[in-house]
Structure formats: structure tokens, C-alpha cells
Design a protein around this ligand. Sequence first.
Ligand code: NAG
Length: 340
Amino acid sequence: MLAFLILSSLTGREVLTSFPGLGTEAAPTQGSAHLKQCDLLKLSRRQKQLCRREPGLAETLRDAAHLGLIECQFQFRQERWNCSLEGRTGLLKRGFKETAFLYAVSAAALTHALARACSAGRMERCTCDDSPGLESRQAWQWGVCGDNLKYSTKFLSNFLGPKRGSKDLRARADAHNTHVGIKAVKSGLRTTCKCHGVSGSCAVRTCWKQLSPFRETGQVLKLRYDSAVKVSSATNEALGHLELWAPAKPGGPAKGLAPRPGDLVYMEDSPSFCRPSKYSPGTAGRVCSREASCSSLCCGRGYDTQSRLVAFSCHCQVQWCCYVECQQCVQQELVYTCKR
Ligand SMILES: *[C@@H]1O[C@H](CO)[C@@H](O)[C@H](O)[C@H]1NC(C)=O
């Protein structure tokens, strides 16, 4: 139920940008502006209530949607499906590998953005990570503040609500993939330390938790996408609910296995994404690399070649000790784009 975030950012962009940006001083209108921002996001009724109760959340949700979308587009820049969702949201209701990635990256982006918003002081109800070993007061004093992943994951599980639809394979898969995204952020949490004291003697050391850059999380999730596991369902007789099962592999156990907690799971084979459909705009016009990607990206339709001039710095010379002077040169470059 999270991929809606990405969509909210697409549909609501115009309206939302006209609102005061992040970190604005408490203007008299801010209270109602906050409520209005919550109304503009595509949220369930319960989520809207949570949003209204938590000043700063609407902006964080919007940031998260943007973060997730940008990362998805970056990770899929070389693929036939390049994460262009504008007007093509059919994917979210299916069980493709791409759907799995969207759920995971949205959950990861929200976890990340929320933990950061806490430590950056943009939320009213959370501040720094207060894990043992670092007193928050001390942290503030040194000007460091840990990313509050504990608050962020706790909030998120409440925000997403109780796991529903345990009888529904797709709901199970969505929940699983959402969890993969949250886990990916958690496993990127690092402890950073800083020394203080006379001339760096390290008499006092402060340490705090820091999230890794979201790009790294995106990379992890893209690898999970590449090795995603196709699942079907089986009813666990003993527990009386539905479970995800990866089919038996030749040479593996006959019964098949439950997917590992870190695996992205999917149920349906993806379409080719070659031609425009409700899932993608197709690959016509995509820029490709003749050596590497044109044959697969263009789906065998061939590519057009255009030449263009690009400027670059050349004939650089060191002047005196410290200045480098360059000339501008132009070079012809060939650009390949997939045919219609
Ligand atoms: C994805 O590809 C389409 C063409 O197939 C292009 O119009 C669009 O700008 C691309 N999106 C991104 C984010 O690169």
C-alpha cells in the first residue's frame, strides 16, 4: 500500500510545490497548511488522520515519494522499463518483478526520509536517535544527531496498518516486498564517531548512527530485483493461513522453499516493455549504447544514428603556479536511439 506515494508525487506535484517549503518558520498559517498538505496526498482515511496529527509528516511523505521515484529512474535507466510511471500505473496492480521493486523502493524511501527528517529536526514528534551510548543532550551539544531509524520503522508499521489480506497472494507479496525495502535501509545503518578533546586527543568521543546514502540502498534493491524469486502460494495447514512458496528448483528440495526475508518476490512474468502499453511507454526513442545495450533495449527494431557536437576542455596548460587554462574544443559524438 505504499507505492501510492510515488504516484502522489506525480499527480500532486503542481499543487504541492506552491506550499511553503521545508524548514519554514512557524508562520501563523502553518497549522492549516499542514492539514491541507495531508489532504492533497493520496492516503487512506486512517493514514490521513495520522498525517494530520504529525506536523512535518506531509512534507516528509512528499520528500520520500520524490526520493523513491528518482532512485527508481536511476536504477532502471538502462532497462526497457525505465520507471516512467506518468500515466502508466497499471503495473502497481500486478505481480511483476517491477511491481516488487516499486513496493520495496517506496518503503525504503519512506523509512529513510522519515529517519532523516527526525534527525534534521523537521518533525515535531521525534528527534535524534537515542540509542544507548549516546545521550541525546550530549549529541546536540556536539552538533551531531543520529538518524532515528527506530522511530521511523515503528511509525511506518503503524502507518501501513495491520497486515491485511493474508488470504490474498498479492497482498502477502506486497507486504513481503515492503519489508525487504525497510530491511535494506536498516542494514545500511552505520555508526560514525568523532573525536573531541585537546588537539584531537580523543579524550571525548561521540558516536551516532548514520544512514548510508540512499543511492546505496537503491543499488541493493536493484540487485534484489535482478535475483527476484517467483512465488506461488500454499496454505499452511498447521497455521491455517497462506504462505509464499518458491517452486522447487531442479536439484533442490522437492517441496520448494519459502523465500528468504531479503528476497524480492513476484508472481507474474513481466511483459517485454518493448511497445507502448499500460505498463510502459515502450522503448522507441530511447538512447542506447551501440556496444552494450542497443540490441536488447531496441527489441530488435534497430536504431537511428545521429551525430552531434559536444564541447569539452582541451589543451590545458598550467599558468604560473596555480592556474590551469584550457581551451574549448568540440568533438563529434554519435548518439544512437531506438527506432519506432
Ligand atoms: C523513459 O523512456 C521514455 C521513452 O521510452 C522517455 O520518454 C522517458 O523520458 C524516459 N524516462 C526517464 C525517467 O528516463
